[in-house]
Design a protein around this ligand. Structure first.
Ligand code: SAH
Length: 256
């Protein structure tokens, strides 16, 4: 795990030897299970360290000291896939409660296996859609930290994620590519859902020239009960677009 430990030390972070061992085991299981089911296209030892493990841990760069050291921090990862970024965060941070949510049952089988192998406690694996889980009192507005990587366009993603966040908590989305139009399009959705955009932080990974960002949204007020809407609607009809559709072309002409 030299690439991971070097990359982390550049960011001012260190792993204990048992954490290094846990990442080693995670890597082995990921590659082994990947032969049976499609979990990731990244399987090279060096690449997994950077593009999965280190990339997941960059989420901590958006956290305050208080969040980092909180002993009972609760985290939910929306659309976790093979556990990113949730599981690396669980290995790294001190004993958070972690919920891994994904709509695919096959992924849950892998996650269950890995969590057992890594002897992690206080991890719950939930198979289901965010649109439904977010209406359950067990999960709604229950988390200090909501994370999500590579799941949906931001204007839809905030509807899937912010309902899980407690007021005062934080949502961190990991995103690649041209981000500012995407952030603009999500502005109205963030407001409507009780969020406030806190920062857009660019992340550089060793040897990677692509543009990576953390979109950090604070939850400042409650999410209205109607959100998230039915499965698939947040992606098909993001809150911003809906409001555009509400104003008819006639109205727009009158205004101009
Ligand atoms: N976060 C992981 C996986 C990204 S792929 C990573 O970065 O590697 C997107 C994942 O989100 C898939 O596993 C898919 O099953 C899940 N997903 C997509 N929409 C979802 C929804 N509405 N609710 C729950 N999971 C969802």
């Amino acid at each position: 795990m030299q690439k991971l430990t070097l990359g982390l030390s550049d960011l001012g972070m260190r792993l204990t030897s048992s954490q290094v061992e846990q990442f080693e085991t995670y890597y082995r299981e990921l590659v082994e299970w990947n032969g049976r089911m499609n979990l990731t296209s990244i399987t090279d030892y060096g690449e997994v360290q950077i593009k999965h493990f280190l990339d997941s841990l960059t989420v901590t760069l958006a956290l305050t000291e208080e969040e980092m050291s909180k002993t009972h921090l609760s985290i939910i990862d929306i659309g976790t896939g093979a556990g990113f970024p949730g599981l690396p965060l669980k290995i790294f941070l001190s004993q958070p409660r972690l919920v891994l949510l994904d709509s695919t049952a096959k992924k849950a089988a892998f996650l269950r296996h890995v969590v057992e192998k890594l002897k992690l406690v206080n991890v719950e694996i939930v198979t289901g859609r965010a649109e439904e889980a977010a209406h359950s009192p067990r999960y709604r507005e229950q988390f200090d930290l909501v994370v999500s990587r590579a799941v949906a366009e931001l204007s839809a993603l905030v509807e899937l994620a912010l309902p899980f966040c407690r007021i005062g908590g934080t949502f961190v989305a990991q995103k690649k590519g041209k981000i500012s139009p995407e952030v603009d399009r999500a502005g109205r959705a963030i407001d409507v859902l009780g969020g406030r955009l806190e920062q857009v932080k660019q992340i550089a990974l060793p040897g990677m020239s692509d543009e990576r960002y953390l979109i950090v949204v604070k939850k400042v007020g409650p999410t209205p009960d109607k959100y998230p809407r039915r499965s698939g609607i947040p992606q098909r009809r993001a809150i911003q677009e809906e409001s555009q559709r509400e104003s008819s072309p006639g109205e727009l002409r009158k205004q101009s």
